[in-house]
Design a protein. Structure first.
Length: 184
């Protein structure tokens, strides 16, 4: 399966960009999917700008799909489940009082999985415009880092790859620290 997915992502054809975008949309709808790996591979097979457009566009559309499904189909069911997860209480509180800021923070700093941010935003009634704007702004830096790292990896420019990796590591560590603080 992994080899098949890799061949779909690296294929060169007139439809490859659309296929890669579609794969990114589908994968971004799956919690804990290997989006960083896919974004890096797509970035390695395109210019920085095209890789960024495919990766950012695909992950944003996937997030919007999750948001709409949770908002329109899962709201009642999901509210019952969320009551069980007290550890997300602070994030839920924040999202109910300031949806834009909560989604933006959730995207910029990986406090929750991306799918969790989308689902909670839909359930808690964040407006579509606030959700979409915060998602684009919040996903942009990390997706740019993955796309840039992939492109530079293909070019053999290791210094940029190392800098992008350090950026991702710092963001991850900040997210862990905030998550631990929220759980205490």
């Amino acid at each position: 399966m992994e080899q098949f997915l890799h061949s779909l992502i690296t294929i060169k054809s007139s439809y490859s960009t659309l296929l890669q975008f579609t794969i990114m949309v589908a994968v971004s709808c799956v919690p804990f999917a290997p989006i960083p790996v896919l974004a890096t591979i797509i970035g390695a097979n395109h210019s920085i700008m095209m890789g960024l457009i495919i990766n950012l566009g695909g992950t944003v559309v996937g997030s919007i799909i999750q948001y709409l499904v949770s908002k329109n189909l899962l709201q009642k069911f999901a509210n019952k489940i969320l009551l069980k997860y007290r550890s997300y209480g602070r994030f839920i509180s924040l999202i109910q009082t300031n949806g834009f800021l909560a989604v933006l923070i959730g995207r910029l700093i990986p406090i929750l999985p991306s799918a969790g941010v989308s689902l909670i935003a839909g359930i808690c009634g964040v407006t579509f415009l606030s959700f979409t704007t915060a998602t684009i702004l919040g996903k942009f830096p990390i997706i740019l880092a993955f796309s840039l790292a992939g492109h530079q990896l293909a070019e053999g420019n290791w210094s940029t790859v190392i800098l992008a990796s350090l950026y991702v590591l710092v963001i991850f560590l900040i997210g862990r620290k905030i998550k631990k603080k929220w759980h205490s």
